[in-house]
Design a protein around this ligand. Structure first.
Ligand code: UGA
Length: 441
């Protein structure tokens, strides 16, 4: 099928390349000429395992193209909308200006029978508002939220664990053009569906809520275990053993019970805030009032890591050399948006520490956001002479690839703060290090 993808950021670039790999003919459109030039040359504008290969294959096959001219989207059966919905500059709600301008840009190229499939994360009610605008061209709108994780984006797009499609309708029944549009999307995703992924056709509101509910649940799970970490800290309990033990209950499950410096990135933080803001608008703020607590617990964990560095250095970090292992919001990513790791580094710098940050992928992005910090790409070089070391992004080269014996040959001090509970405390203590974890004795 011929497809277009409007917006070639994280979501759109991966979606375009993945759809081409499934055999579709895809054009990715973006107003950012530099980004389009990179993609058209087969280079990924961000770190995402597997994406460069997919881009090269797609471009070589002739099925994948990129353009800044929306007219190149003409003739596509489905136009995916994959633009960003960041947090508004002056509040917690989502900024929908990119979605609105993408729709405006797309209208002149739409033909009767086309499907516009919104993938962006939007406040509930957005699709209902946009549907008549799209319908004025004879095209149909569906909402098809995306659940990909950065670092696993290619796999998650090609083999999703579910596909959700919200269609127009009334009183719980889809309209005729909604059913037709859902059938067209089913064809687009036929290869993924053959792998057994459930295909859930629902109304607009449910599809929009599925997305934010999923992210709200994940954020709540992380903050739940971080709340337990706070209690562990005043009782001498070990939150990692607690998480293992409750995680054996299949109703709870161990995943996303990793206590540490908390969640960040371009999705979870802004999505829970936008959800709470939308619930307020709907007069149901109290229903998701707990998301404020989720957010606050999350932010407190960054302060806890900073406190542990201070404690490890005798009460003050002023003038002390601190090496921060990690800048990305999580491993396998170069994304530093709302990164707890970078925030901890910046806080330490603000307290007068001499901070050196290293990261296998995120240094360039981190430097743009926090130019006041010193960045050293080579891990061992970054560690040399440190009084204290803080692990904040659990890349393998820090978690598994760094032994206490080796670190001892590099650092001045013997203090390690494990902001992700990724290290074995017994091994580090046995090697003479003062080890501080998050919610661990
Ligand atoms: C998240 C969701 O997991 C995706 O399903 C969703 O599609 C995506 O947002 C989105 O809305 O686009 P992502 O932002 O890539 O994906 O990151 P996650 O893997 O969810 O991790 C989020 C943060 O939680 C990271 O900072 C990570 O370090 C932290 N985390 C994760 C913990 O602190 N503890 C855990 O146990 C797990």
């Amino acid at each position: 099928m011929k497809l277009s993808v409007i917006g070639c950021g994280y979501l759109g670039a991966v979606h375009a390349a993945a759809m081409a790999s499934l055999g579709h003919e895809v054009v990715g459109i973006d107003i950012d000429a530099d980004r389009i030039a990179m993609l058209a040359a087969g280079r990924a504008p961000f770190f995402e395992p597997g994406l460069p290969e997919l881009l090269s294959e797609g471009l070589a096959s002739g099925r994948l193209a990129f353009s800044t001219d929306v007219r190149d989207a003409r003739g596509a059966a489905v136009h995916f909308l994959a633009v960003g919905t960041p947090q508004q500059a002056d509040g917690h709600a989502a900024d929908l200006s990119h979605v609105d301008s993408a729709i405006d840009m797309l209208l002149p190229v739409l033909s009767a029978g086309d499907v516009v499939a919104g993938k962006s994360t939007v406040p509930v009610g957005t699709a209902e508002r946009l549907a008549p605008i799209v319908a004025s061209t004879g095209a149909s709108l569906v909402w098809n939220p995306e659940f990909l994780r950065e670092g696993w984006a290619v796999k998650d797009t090609i083999s999703p664990d579910r596909i959700v499609v919200g269609v127009a309708g009334s009183d719980g029944a889809p309209a005729a053009d909604g059913t037709r549009a859902a059938d067209i999307l089913r064809d687009v995703y036929a290869a993924s569906l053959a792998g057994g992924a459930p295909y859930i056709v629902t109304d607009f509101a449910t599809s929009e809520l599925v997305k934010v509910a999923a992210n709200a649940f994940l954020a709540t799970k992380i903050s739940f275990i971080n709340a337990m970490a706070e209690i562990a800290e005043v009782t001498g309990a070990d939150v990692t053993t607690l998480a293992d033990a409750i995680g054996h209950d299949v109703r709870i499950g161990r995943r996303f019970l990793g206590a540490g410096i908390g969640f960040g990135g371009g999705c979870l933080p802004k999505d829970i805030r936008a959800f709470a803001a939308r619930a307020e608008e709907l007069g149901r703020g109290e229903s998701v009032g707990f998301l404020r607590e989720v957010d606050e617990i999350n932010m407190r964990r960054r302060d806890r890591a900073v406190y542990l560095v201070k404690a490890g250095l005798g009460g003050s970090v002023y003038g002390k050399r601190v090496t921060v292992l990690g800048a990305a919001f999580k491993p396998h990513s170069d994304d530093v948006r709302d990164s707890p790791a970078l925030d901890v580094a910046a806080q330490l710098h603000g307290l007068g520490a001499i901070v050196t940050v290293t990261d296998p992928a995120a240094i360039d992005n981190a430097r743009r956001v926090s130019p006041q910090l010193t960045y050293v790409a080579d891990r061992d070089e970054a560690l040399r002479g440190a009084d204290a070391v803080v692990l904040v992004t659990e890349w393998d080269e820090y978690r598994r690839g760094l032994s206490p014996e080796h670190l001892a040959t590099l650092t001045e001090g013997r203090v390690i703060i494990d902001g992700r509970n990724g290290l074995d405390p017994a091994a580090w203590r046995a090697a003479g290090f003062e080890y501080h974890g998050m919610g661990r004795p």
